[in-house]
Design a protein around this ligand. Structure first.
Ligand code: NDP
Ligand code: MG
Ligand code: MG
Length: 329
């Protein structure tokens, strides 16, 4: 695996270019400000009326409509939510997408599942920071960078990789490393990771542990700290030095329990289900369901959001976090 660092990327490739950032949300605000601080000319395409329009102005940009920004730019990074990208692309980007321009994404969904099929005469690449947007900004201002994935889907100009690396350098990615991938690999592993491990798996594990303790009559406050709050402290150790660093730091009692009980929680049945989840990502079932859900007004999505927000762990957590003055509201 080739990993690119600062010395492998040439920011001067962007010197005479204009970069449009469409969507000033989590990723958009970070890419836009990091690129500007790296000396790149940036225009913002952001619809008016919401807090992100105000934020772009507060941050010293003059936000344009997505169509105006796309028309003014040589490099167009689409950072509106995945479910809106196709409509924004068709309405606002395609009309001014002339030969030799570059289209960028931070996630492969719409290209991989063919919701967006760009003309053959433009470059298409992905710069996907492996971290939430607010970290992409904060780490950059601290002199670091969030690692990124890079993939080239179309190389019409012959310069797509070099241009992508220049962009990655502008957002700070080459400071910690830019790894090569494909749209297929990024899309499928990203969806699998967030569903099985990071978001779906972790949230359900936390809830199941909390419910088990509460059902057995333990106080919900104790269950909250044990199953949710402490997870961050454990994950921080994993982040710093892998599972071994975590196991070095915990007690021998915890470490022994980890080895004997962990595999009883994540069982062969769980692994079989993980394989099914991956299969449904690979064969497009998940993508189809998500696209259809969005087309039909999100009845199921919004119900699941409401039901989860009403879970007792959220009530007790809100109360306990009131006292944690160091947490951002
Ligand atoms: P957000 O939801 O945080 O932000 C989306 C932005 O797009 C908002 O400013 C929103 O404006 C704007 N927007 C929404 N709809 C439209 C529209 N129809 N026309 C113009 N602007 C619109 O998105 P994310 O930053 O989370 O995601 C952007 C991309 O980055 C996605 O492809 C995602 O998969 C990828 N990504 C995200 C990560 C993250 O950290 N969140 C991590 C890595 C990749 P408004 O405020 O008015 O709604
Ligand atoms: Mg994702
Ligand atoms: Mg303990």
């Amino acid at each position: 695996m080739k990993i690119y660092y600062d010395q492998d990327a040439d920011l001067s490739l962007l010197a005479d270019k204009t970069v449009a950032i469409l969507g000033y949300g989590s990723q958009g605000h970070a890419h836009a400000q990091n690129l500007r601080d790296s000396g790149v000319k940036v225009v913002i395409g952001q619809r008016p009326g919401g807090p992100n329009w105000d934020l772009a102005k507060e941050n010293g940009f003059t936000p344009l409509s997505a169509a105006e920004a796309a028309a003014a730019a040589d490099v167009i990074m689409i950072l509106v939510p995945d479910q809106h990208q196709r409509a924004v692309y068709e309405k606002d980007v395609l009309p001014s997408l002339t030969a030799g321009k570059m289209l960028l994404f931070a996630h492969g969904f719409n290209i991989h599942y063919q919701q967006i099929v760009p003309p053959a005469n433009v470059d298409v690449a992905m710069i996907a920071p492996k971290g939430p947007g607010h970290l992409v900004r904060r780490v950059y201002t601290e002199g670091g960078g969030v690692p990124c994935l890079i993939a080239v889907h179309q190389n019409a100009t012959g310069k797509a990789m070099e241009m992508g690396l220049a962009y990655a350098k502008g957002v700070g990615g080459t400071r910690s490393g830019v790894l090569t991938t494909t749209f297929k690999e990024e899309t499928e592993t990203d969806l699998f990771g967030e569903q099985a491990v990071l978001c779906g798996g972790a949230a359900e594990l936390v809830k199941a542990g909390f419910e088990t303790l509460c059902e057995a009559g333990y106080q919900p406050e104790i269950a909250y700290f044990e199953c949710l709050h402490e997870l961050k402290l454990i994950v921080d150790l994993m982040y710093e030095g892998g599972l071994s660093r975590m196991r070095y730091s915990i007690s021998d009692t915890a470490e022994y329990g980890d080895y004997v009980s962990g595999p009883r929680v994540v069982t062969d049945e769980t692994r079989a289900e993980m394989r099914k989840i991956l299969k449904e990502i690979q064969n497009g079932t998940f993508a189809r369901d998500f696209i259809m859900e969005n087309m039909s007004g999100r009845a199921h999505f919004l119900s699941m959001r409401r039901i989860n927000a009403e879970h007792p762990i959220e009530k007790v957590g809100a109360k306990l976090r009131e006292m944690m003055s160091w947490l951002k509201k």
